[in-house]
Design a protein around this ligand. Structure first.
Ligand code: SAH
Length: 218
């Protein structure tokens, strides 16, 4: 192997090692994260730090989540190959790309048109044909494609938005951060059972807030 290929392989091994050491142990999730290069989702100044386990700034004042948090949320979502998944908060598109390797179909919504356009370009470049990216206020979900087997929200709301709970299939799972934007937020998992909603709390996290309406660029 030449030097460049060696450092690429080493970087990948370190990336996967960091994920495992932070509790991402599901083989399918690790496989998906190995298959999707985080590099193309980060443009500009921070591109060279794509393989560090760090959140990084992206366009529109938003953030691409830390890989280990992406891994833990994906793992908690228990995605199966038959699932139709809804993501609120496309951001860079990285989380949607990981989900696209695990699910049948992924719908992802962001309130910033620019982020949705940029993410679409990357999905096309990477040949990820089972993702639909939409500009909208995701708090209302996506009525025409409901119900969803899995829903993931990657921006923090004070409570789980009602329309999203309504659009979750019975037997479905939703993972989302709840809490105020500048305080400690909790990552929670909601299961919709025949007897109602079951909640469990996974860990504390820090996400940008779920905001109303479309972003200024939209
Ligand atoms: N999942 C992303 C990171 C998300 S950052 C990734 O993998 O890179 C959170 C995103 O949520 C931001 O892009 C922000 O614009 C978006 N967001 C915030 N409120 C929203 C809303 N009501 N509807 C849709 N998107 C929203």
């Amino acid at each position: 192997m030449n030097e460049e290929a060696t450092s690429e392989a080493t970087r990948k091994m370190q990336f996967l090692y960091a994920l495992r050491s932070k509790g991402v142990t599901d083989a399918r999730v690790l496989g998906a994260m190995e298959a999707v290069d985080r590099g193309p989702f980060i443009r500009g100044l921070f591109a060279e730090r794509a393989y560090e386990d760090m959140p990084l700034p992206i366009a529109c004042g938003q953030t691409i989540s830390q890989p280990s948090v992406v891994g833990l949320m994906t793992q908690a979502l228990e995605v199966t190959p038959r699932d139709k998944v809804l993501e609120i908060g496309t951001g860079s598109g990285y989380q949607a790309a990981i989900l696209s390797k695990l699910a049948r179909r992924v719908y992802t919504i962001d309130r910033h048109r620019r982020l949705v356009h940029e993410a679409r370009e990357i999905f096309a470049d990477l040949d990820l044909v089972n993702i639909t990216a939409i500009t909208a206020d995701g708090s209302f979900g996506l009525e025409d494609q409901a119900p969803f087997d899995r829903i993931i929200v990657t921006a923090a709301a004070e409570d789980p938005p009602g329309p999203l709970l309504a659009q979750l299939k019975e037997g479905g799972i939703m993972v989302l951060p709840v809490g105020q934007s500048d305080a400690v937020q909790h990552l929670i998992r909601v299961r919709k059972t025949p007897d109602g909603l079951e909640y469990d709390e996974l860990r504390s996290v820090r996400f940008v807030p779920l905001l109303e309406g479309l972003g200024k660029d939209a």
